[in-house]
Ligand binder design. Structure first.
Ligand code: NDP
Length: 448
């Protein structure tokens, strides 16, 4: 059997064993195919079953979360935690609260997390979790009760040297606070490193809130600089208006780019003068309202219902920062036709396989999520370091470390892409760079 046939065999096994898990299949397919040149060069990985082992989570939990709403009604949601791979450190990955959450979504995110965490160069394994709970329109007390009940089950499976969750869609500083409070109560001990994304006054790290968005822009900036292009004056479209989108916009504006659009799941706003970020922050971070409120404060801006057509806006750079598969093959064609020069994935797997292919074939500089949005988990790992030494670094110190980490990820992706004959393909470069470290650690630790 040649290497291609071997990889196909493993992929078919994944399809059979995880039937109906489309997002997980998509993530595995993208990674496995890009690793073919690695297996050709390193038959020892095949002999040691690295591929078969890396696509199978080490452990997965699915649990019931009963809670009581403000009207006294009993509600039931489903919770997940998938511990995918701990070859290079404790499982690490966020929690997502969104009605679309299911095992497939958590597994795709956990699988991606293995390679992403490896790329950061820090000692963290891959995991992910969440619930199909919808935080929208819930009162603060309902959110608190839900988080407490979620943790009442989750605490059995996590620990600062075992598995360290953080935030993701629908889980921000408020939720992490409630989750941490309940963990502390259940354990009767203060283990700050069990969760990251904590408040600054109880063990959080400066720059964690900004890290994914800032890191994304640092990566895109490196990628452009590699081609002698500057961010200055570039027209940018950013989807989403959550944590990643907001801080990507902040850094883009600081570096002289002009962001003309952003969105939420209902629709998007277009402001040709450039988005006013203070207004977006107030609407989203303080008032927790819909993005359409923006046009009340900025008469020149327009609101469009439905978020997909945001990609029809002509731009130099597109940064999808909302959710998976938000750029499909057609959206990609439209962006290319309108002259996009770079795409940076802030969200996890926001582009379909066809879209990625179209970008690469048409010479668009493409920064894949695994590499480009690794800044969040990198600063989470720095938060764990600070918790371990019981000390806090300044904003400038953490930001400098983040910048260096993003530059290293870019350099390693470029190096691996070139070494394996795929120059300028950061998708393949990042997959290989992330994989090699994990695979070598798995080899050294035996078949476990
Ligand atoms: P938030 O919950 O803060 O924001 C998510 C944004 O995306 C909101 O504007 C939301 O709109 C929009 N959105 C969510 N689901 C959909 C959907 N189905 N269709 C259209 N829009 C949608 O999440 P984050 O900013 O933290 O996460 C965004 C992405 O970045 C996710 O893919 C996440 O996995 C990834 N990521 C996040 C990291 C982090 O540190 N936070 C780290 C690495 C990756 P609405 O409010 O209407 O739901």
């Amino acid at each position: 059997m040649n290497t291609k046939e071997y990889v196909e065999k493993v992929y078919n096994e994944v399809l059979k064993r995880n039937s109906g898990e489309d997002e997980f299949h998509q993530a595995v397919k993208e990674v496995l195919h890009s690793l073919i040149p690695v297996f050709e060069k390193h038959p020892e990985y095949v002999e040691n079953g690295i591929l078969e082992r890396i696509v199978e989570p080490e452990r997965q939990f699915i649990f019931r979360i009963p809670w009581v709403d403000d009207n006294g009604q009993v509600r039931v949601n489903r919770g997940f935690r998938v511990q995918f791979n701990n070859a290079i450190g404790p499982y690490k990955g966020g929690l997502r609260f969104h009605p679309t959450v299911n095992l497939s979504i958590i597994k795709f995110l956990g699988f991606e997390q293995i390679l992403k965490n490896s790329l950061t160069g820090l000692p963290i394994g891959g995991g992910k979790g969440g619930s199909d709970f919808d935080p929208k329109d819930k009162s603060d007390r309902e959110i608190m009760r839900f988080c407490q009940n979620f943790m009442t089950e989750l605490y059995k499976y996590i620990g600062q040297d075992m598995d360290v969750p953080a935030g993701d869609i629908g889980v921000g500083g408020r939720e992490i606070g409630y989750l941490f409070g309940q963990y502390k109560k259940l354990k009767s001990s203060y283990e700050a490193g069990v969760l990251t994304g904590k408040g600054l006054n109880y063990g959080g790290s400066l720059v964690r809130t900004e890290a994914t968005g800032y890191g994304l822009v640092y990566f895109v900036d490196e990628m452009l600089k590699g081609k002698g292009i500057s961010l200055q004056g570039k027209k940018v479209v950013v989807s989403g208006s959550g944590n990643v989108a907001i801080y990507a916009i902040e850094k883009l504006q600081e570096l002289g780019a002009k962001v003309v659009a952003c969105s939420d799941s209902n629709g998007y706003i277009y402001d040709e003068n450039g988005i006013n970020l203070d207004t977006v922050k107030r609407i989203k971070e303080v008032e927790r309202k819909r993005i359409k409120e923006y046009v009340k404060y900025h008469k020149e801006a327009k609101y469009y219902e439905g978020c997909r057509s945001i990609w029809t806006i002509p731009c130099d750079i597109a940064l999808p920062c909302a959710t998976q598969n938000e750029i499909n093959d057609e959206d990609a064609k439209g962006l290319i036709k309108n002259g996009v020069i770079a795409v940076g994935e802030g969200a996890n797997m926001p582009s379909t396989l066809g879209a990625v292919d179209a970008f690469l074939k048409n010479g668009v500089l493409f920064a894949p999520a695994k590499a480009a949005n690794a800044g969040g988990v990198a600063v989470s790992a720095l938060e764990m370091s600070q918790n371990s030494i019981r000390y806090s670094w300044s904003f400038e110190e953490v930001d400098e470390k983040l910048k260096n980490i993003m530059k290293n990820i870019y350099d390693n992706s470029v190096k691996c892409a070139k070494e394996y004959g795929y120059e300028d393909n950061y998708v393949i470069g990042a997959n290989i760079a992330g994989f090699l470290k994990v695979a070598d650690a798995m080899m050294m630790q035996g078949i476990v």
